[in-house]
Design a protein around this ligand. Structure first.
Ligand SMILES: [Zn+2]
Length: 201
């Protein structure tokens, strides 16, 4: 019997350097995001660091949907509403994907790879250290035969790879996007410009 409380994961917005091989240390990321007002009180997590959303959340991330519930100011750190997780920086890029992920496109011929899940191990949960799976594992194109590391395939905004990750939790895919203030701050961390994608467990 399915427990009455069981529900599907809403989703998360994940920011990472556009070049998956570039990395910024979490000791660099956290102070920058605190200065921006994105991070509120710390929350306990097994790996890396996590924070309730700070006061400037709505100024640095644009929300278009109605699925996000903002915490009332009087509520505590564990209240409902978006929160931010910063996993420990990985030495090699990790590929993060979920039930929302669509077949990636080949870096050589752009054909979609429908059996990509069969070529990769399962994605470790966001709580794991490290999360996702090794993004340097090869995927072989069924159309042109080319093989390339998973991080070189085009995943759109339905999956992505990186060493440094900033995850905004409980965000429905497509209903949030970083605003220029956040992208500018991230681009100043020494890992080049950052992009974003969405994952639903
Ligand atoms: Zn191909």
């Amino acid at each position: 019997m399915i427990p009455p409380q069981a529900s599907l994961h809403t989703g998360r917005l994940i920011l990472t350097p556009e070049d998956p091989l570039q990395a910024a240390d979490e000791a660099t990321i956290v102070p920058a995001l605190k200065a921006l007002g994105l991070l509120g009180p710390a929350r306990p997590v097994a790996d890396g660091q996590a924070f309730s959303a700070g006061n400037a959340l709505g100024e640095v991330i644009g929300f278009t949907g109605c699925a996000v519930q903002f915490a009332a100011p009087h509520q505590g750190a564990e209240s409902a509403g978006p929160w931010i997780r910063i996993p420990s920086t990985a030495r090699q890029p990790r590929l993060l994907f979920g039930r929302n992920t669509r077949p990636p496109r080949c870096p050589a011929c752009a054909a979609p790879l429908r059996d990509w899940r069969g070529q990769l191990p399962p994605s470790a949960p966001m709580e794991a250290q490290p999360p996702g799976c090794d993004a340097t594992l090869p995927l072989q194109c069924g159309t042109c035969g080319a093989g390339a590391p998973a991080y070189r395939w085009r995943w759109g905004r339905h999956a992505g790879a990186g060493c440094s990750l900033v995850s905004v939790e409980e965000v429905f895919p497509g209903e949030a996007a970083p605003l220029p203030a956040l992208l500018t701050a991230l681009a100043g961390l020494g890992a080049g410009p950052w992009g974003y994608f969405f994952v639903q467990d």
